[in-house]
Design a protein around this ligand. Structure first.
Ligand code: 3PG
Length: 306
């Protein structure tokens, strides 16, 4: 009997976990859950005898992959797979997939939740500002960026995007203005919403030079990855510009220092919350389960990333 491990330090909603289990039960697979684990070694040990693993931001590193002697596939139920050691997986012939698009509306909605919270001075009773009439720049126009554009229009915002990997007409079809350079995007937007992945090219790429191009009163919204931010540069901008704010679903490494020095200029969710909705959990969880079965039964490698 094939065995699947669902390793989620931050668990799926119960309804999503029940759906995942039901799919594997129907396929005749054993499905075990390792939730809210506190030590990565628990994940390593639980992966020992499994054929497939579903994870979220859980670290599927070399230790996990090498200990899992029967492992054939890892599915990251979500978009970003920077938490998977792709080289280690490929070396062991383990297929890695993600589930693109399945949680993107949830992430986009959270971006606006944080924007409104910050624009209204964290609900402290003082007079804030509105999103209507402001310009938002979407940095990378993938599944989340597209949802951000849709919602931004509902708020009455002007919407621009920069993404060298997406054809201009695809972006324009959504009624979004295409901007030809990163500098042009940052210099012309009141809000920048980040949707770039964390990789060797993007890490620390949101730096002082780029942020200094933004208007004096502006907001950087990060529902992507903390690694893309150059935190020293961010600190410098926050210090120089009282009108600049940073809201993020992923607390920076310098969280304590930034909170202490800049207080309400920053907001960080206490736990990464972007994809944490029942709907996103169900969508991504079901997709992951179905992708595993399609791969193990029929060799379907759609959504393979390695
Ligand atoms: C993603 O890459 O899909 C998001 O960052 C969500 O991550 P999570 O599943 O750990 O909440």
């Amino acid at each position: 009997m094939k065995k699947v491990l669902v390793a989620t330090e931050k668990p799926f909603a119960k309804i999503a976990a029940d759906n995942i289990k039901a799919i594997f039960d129907k396929a005749g697979y054993t499905c075990v859950f390792l939730e809210k684990y506190t030590d990565h070694q628990q994940f390593v040990e639980a992966s020992k005898d499994v054929d497939a693993i579903i994870i979220r931001s859980d670290k599927a590193n070399q230790a996990v992959i090498e200990n899992a002697q029967q492992l054939k596939i890892i599915v990251r139920a979500g978009a970003g797979y920077d938490n998977v050691d792709l080289a280690a997986a490929t070396a062991k012939d383990v297929v890695v997939m993600n589930t693109p698009g399945q949680n993107s509306n949830a992430v986009a909605e959270l971006a606006f939740g944080m924007m409104v919270y910050q624009a209204r001075n964290q609900f402290n009773g003082s007079s804030g500002t509105e999103l209507k009439g402001k310009t938002i720049g979407i940095h990378a126009y993938g599944n989340v960026g597209k949802n951000v554009a849709r919602i931004a229009k509902g708020f009455g915002m002007n919407v621009k995007a920069f993404d060298p990997f997406v054809k201009a007409d695809v972006i324009q079809k959504d009624g979004v203005e295409v901007v030809e350079s990163i500098d042009a995007l940052y210099s012309s937007c009141d809000y920048i919403s980040l949707h770039i992945p964390a990789n060797d090219k993007t890490k620390k790429s949101i730096n002082y030079d780029l942020l200094s191009k933004m208007p004096a009163t502006s907001m950087l919204v990060n529902t992507a990855r903390k690694e893309v931010i150059d935190e020293e540069g961010l600190k410098q901008i926050l210090a120089e510009r009282k009108g600049f704010s940073y809201v993020s679903d992923i607390a920076p490494d310098m969280v304590a220092e930034l909170k202490e020095s800049f207080g309400a200029q920053c907001f960080f969710t206490p736990k990464k919350m972007g994809a944490q909705t029942a709907e996103a959990n169900i969508n991504a969880g079901i997709a992951a389960a179905e992708q595993i079965i399609a791969f193990l039964e029929k060799g379907d490698t759609t959504f393979k990333v390695n």
